[in-house]
Design a protein around this ligand. Structure first.
Ligand code: GLC
Length: 744
């Protein structure tokens, strides 16, 4: 099944006209006019803002970043349109990553919904709110494949899998840009960070990345290709160096791949001062050299650093770069400005958003938060709670009532005052009932080691029928530059769980975090675990509805949960190796006999001190019911290359609660010219099933869906044997196979 990417053609006519308009404008531009379009600037004070206005009036700036005051945005646009030499409107850029005022779950949480429609709607709402104040460009979606939860920016990603990341990244692009980029309330989107940033060494942000071209093309580039095909208006270069060449000066990425192979026609912006950083990377002699390398590589616009403004004139006069290079960049930027309709509606009379948020937006945020939560454990069906059977509930933890922390990372414009917390929502839910609620923060913060309150917590818990623990990470512990070498629950949270477990009161653990955490040390101490990521403004009502059964959990993991940090990188689509780990071959270190012979432990790809499996696999998530998969079948045992491979299965809700089941299709290419993953997600469908209901689910795979980049770095589908699985997560065992024959 090919990605249902809505290609650019819906905007193609708009783009064609934009190209014509940009070409005729370019013909009338002076060098100064041109250089101005390549520069994005910001201001941190009133004085700097005045300087900005003056530069805009001279046509020395083409874009402004991080201005959100509608009056100031109107001033800037008026200066550009009415005072600058050619009256070219500005691009007003902002990181609108998971909401503007109404904050949705962090992108990793949104990915756990596996719901294109909800993710697209969230981006649409964000675009409506942000464009209301005059913003017309967002630096999202972030579609870096992330397989290292030590990396803080995994929070901002759509997870570890190229297929899921592509589908949801395109949904975000479509949401931000809507059907008509020139229409009202649109934002130009930005596919970032191109490319391979998520493979930063040891999960340390900005550190070097070394990705073989085959891996790059099969894993890290597909989401960017999908976004390009879907018509994303812009790309952003990553900070990192890729195989020795920083992205901000990398012609292989920015020209060979993006322009020659993909024929991408939008523009590329650097990351914040990433052109200036080429000298720090040690690949450029000085800032003139940095500017030369960046513009010739294909970085069209410079974010904040000013190497272009300062050095392009001399590079041109010294003949070190050709004017055609500058013209190409200016043309691409102007085209997006025309395509955005900025010349028709230069400043859409930006105005402040009302203080009370739109109820429809808030409900959408609640629904997406519900779909984002993943039920990881639910012993004895502890959840959903039956309020009428509970006389006292203990609500405990530093994240139970913190409207700021639940918003998560990359929230510049969301406000704590709008958040509804879990404590607040549970109190509302229990209002008027006989069930008493007792609350204790337990720890001052998620990182605190102050256990002085544990005695009170124990006393309160012992008198309760159930303890609801709200633990995890504060928002500052994930996001850009916020990486962790250990990824367990911070502070004294383990001690808190231990103390509460001593009382014997059943424990429901709700975790808010910006990454997978290593939960193995506490997993046997709690009855249920609901993983809420950072759920956003409406986290409280969403989690309350799930806890009390007003809604059913349907979230599925977009990323693997390791047992220990030492297993990282650990992801489902790993290569088989020549000596794969197996249950038979695994011997835990604690079970090794004294003086065991060197070769007595079996020889396999595993660690001695931890089981080789994930704690929770990609695609995993429990529901309040049980779902059975059977009758997996392919319509024929053998297919010709040009035929569609049809794979079907019957799915039955064998429990008592209605479910939304995410039916996942994985394949393996058993023999290929390069080693292929043990499994690859190639399709998913969300199926609503009432208790007892069955449905047949059918997937169709084309030969393109089975293609990969081979030894010669060309996309190829090779005939041979394939295995297929359909199930509720990456470990599902229901399997079949089919043969693909060469063209008949
Ligand atoms: C940051 C980030 C990038 C963001 C940009 C503008 O450093 O790397 O994702 O869009 O700067 O804030």
């Amino acid at each position: 099944m090919s990605l249902q990417i809505e290609a650019l053609h819906k905007n193609t006519e708009n783009m064609r006209q934009a190209e014509q308009a940009a070409l005729s404008m370019l013909a009338n531009m002076t060098l100064q006019d041109k250089l101005g379009q390549l520069c994005q600037q910001t201001s941190f004070s009133e004085e700097q803002f005045e300087t900005l206005i003056e530069k805009v009036k001279k046509g020395q700036i083409g874009s402004v970043i991080n201005e959100v005051n509608p009056d100031k945005i109107n001033q800037l646009q008026q200066a550009a349109v009415e005072n600058s030499p050619l009256g070219i409107p500005l691009l007003i850029g902002r990181d609108v990553i998971h909401g503007f005022k109404t904050i949705f779950p962090i992108p990793l949480g949104q990915a756990a919904s596996w719901c294109q429609a909800s993710v697209k709607n969230a981006a649409r709402i964000a675009a409506m709110e942000a464009s209301h104040v005059g913003i017309n460009w967002t630096f999202a979606p972030m579609i870096d494949i992330s397989r290292d939860p030590r990396w803080g920016r995994i929070a901002e990603s759509l997870g570890e899998d190229p297929f899921l990341c592509s589908v949801l990244g395109v949904a975000m692009v479509d949401g931000f840009q809507s059907e008509d980029l020139a229409g009202p309330n649109t934002l130009a989107a930005c596919a970032k960070h191109f490319a391979g940033y998520g493979a930063c060494e040891s999960g340390r942000d900005y550190s070097t990345t070394n990705i073989p071209e085959n891996e790059l093309r099969n894993v890290y580039l597909p989401p960017f290709k999908a976004a390009a095909d879907a018509g994303v208006a812009t790309f952003m270069a990553s900070f990192s160096d890729l195989n020795g060449v920083p992205a901000s000066g990398n012609p292989w990425l920015m020209d060979q791949v993006l322009r020659q192979e993909w024929h991408y026609s939008g523009f590329v912006v650097s990351d914040w001062e990433s052109i200036h950083q080429l000298e720090i990377h040690g690949v450029s002699e000085d800032q003139q050299d940095s500017a030369k390398q960046a513009i010739t590589a294909g970085i069209d616009m410079e974010m904040v650093s000013q190497t272009y403004a300062k050095h392009l004139p001399e590079l041109l006069t010294q003949g070190k770069i050709a004017m055609s290079v500058v013209d190409a960049s200016v043309l691409r930027i102007l085209k997006i400005k025309f395509a955005l309709g900025l010349f028709e509606k230069p400043y859409q009379q930006a105005s402040p958003l009302p203080q009370t948020l739109n109820p429809g937006h808030l409900d959408a945020a609640k629904q997406l938060a519900i779909k984002s939560c993943v039920l990881l454990k639910n012993d004895q069906q502890r959840l959903p709670l039956c309020q009428s059977k509970l006389s006292q509930i203990a609500v405990i933890g530093p994240l139970a009532d913190d409207g700021y922390e639940q918003l998560g990372t990359w929230v510049f414009d969301g406000e704590e005052q709008h958040s509804l917390t879990c404590l607040n929502s549970i109190q509302t839910y229990l209002h008027g009932s006989r069930t008493q609620l007792r609350y204790h923060r337990g720890l001052p913060t998620s990182r605190s080691h102050d256990v002085s309150a544990l005695h009170d917590v124990i006393e309160m818990t012992a008198a309760s029928d159930v303890a609801l623990l709200f633990l995890g990470e504060e928002s500052i512990l994930s996001g850009e530059a916020h990486c962790r070498a250990e990824i367990d629950l911070p502070g004294a949270q383990h001690e808190l769980i231990e103390a509460v477990a001593q009382t014997g009161t059943p424990i429901v653990l709700v975790i808010m975090a910006g990454r997978p955490l290593t939960l193995e040390p506490i997993i046997d101490k709690v009855d249920s675990i609901l993983y809420a990521w950072h759920p956003g403004t409406m986290g409280g009502p969403a989690i309350t509805d799930l806890l009390f059964g007003e809604a059913s959990p349907s979230g599925r993991l977009p990323v693997t949960f390791p047992r220990k940090v030492g297993q990282i990188p650990l992801y489902y689509a790993q290569k088989h190796s020549g000596k794969p780990a197996t249950a038979e071959s695994f011997v835990h270190m604690d079970d090794i006999k004294p003086r065991a012979a060197q070769t007595s432990l079996g020889m396999a790809a595993t660690h001695l001190d931890t089981h080789y499996s994930a704690l929770f696999p990609f695609g995993f998530g429990l529901t309040y019911s049980s779902v059975d998969y059977k009758d997996l079948a392919v319509s024929q045992a053998c297919y010709a290359m040009q035929e569609q491979v049809e794979v079907s299965v019957n799915v039955t809700n064998t429990g008592k609660h209605a479910v939304l089941e995410t039916v996942q299709l994985y394949i393996r290419d058993n023999v290929a010219s390069v080693t292929r993953p043990v499994k690859e997600l190639k399709g998913f469908q969300q199926v609503a099933l009432q208790a007892g209901q069955s449905k047949q689910v059918i997937f169709n795979l084309s030969s393109q869906d089975l293609a990969f980049y081979g030894r010669d770095m060309q996309l190829v589908t090779e005939p041979g044997r394939f295995q297929a699985w359909i199930g509720g997560n990456a470990l599902s065992q229901l399997t079949t196979s089919f043969e693909l024959t060469a063209q008949v």
